[in-house]
Design a protein around this ligand. Structure first.
Ligand code: CO
Length: 176
């Protein structure tokens, strides 16, 4: 079992555009497996590859913590083609520890992606899966859930974000 380091807000990798995955090979499958283990160990329900310092379009989601019987899955090159509705839900992020805020997002999404077996899926999702997938697809574009907040909420968490970024930059410096 390989647990990966989850990088935090303030790390420049998390602001990059993730690259499309051209070939789903063993390297990708192993990374997806390690990401699922890392996410589960951290008690998260979603994790994007940039969060483990790999700037590629790979996302893993496991709703099993919240919904009985849900199995972990990988989403490769996910693109949201259309959305419908709107709803508010509290979100957190393994890269933004201890910050939780309500975020408004579309309720339903039309998404296209590839599975770990290379099959293309073109479908609509709603509910928690649509919510988590939108959060993770944002990570592939360098966007954090806190970027969606209004001015007042942003002001309220500014200190927390500063502290997280400060610690992350210190950690990068030490590792170098
Ligand atoms: Co996140």
């Amino acid at each position: 079992m390989a647990l990966l380091e989850i990088i935090k807000y303030g790390n420049p990798i998390l602001r990059q555009d993730a690259k499309e995955i051209k070939e789903i090979n063993n390297e990708i499958r192993n990374l997806a497996r390690d990401m699922i283990q890392t996410m589960q160990a951290a008690e998260g329900i979603g994790l994007a590859a940039p969060q483990v310092a790999q700037s590629i379009a790979l996302v893993v989601i496991d709703l099993g913590l919240i919904i009985d019987g849900e199995k972990p899955a990988a989403f490769i090159n996910p693109v949201i083609l259309a959305t419908e509705g709107e709803f508010t839900m509290e979100e957190g992020c393994l890269s933004v520890p201890e910050v939780r805020e309500e975020v408004i997002r579309p309720e339903k999404i039309h998404v296209i992606y590839q599975t770990i077996n290379g099959e293309t899926v073109d479908t609509w999702y709603d509910g928690l899966l649509a919510r988590v997938l939108q959060h993770e697809v944002d990570h592939l574009k360098g966007i954090f859930f806190v970027d969606h907040l209004g001015t007042i909420k942003k002001k309220m968490i500014k200190k927390d974000l500063k502290r997280i970024a400060h610690d992350e930059l210190a950690r990068i410096h030490q590792a170098a």
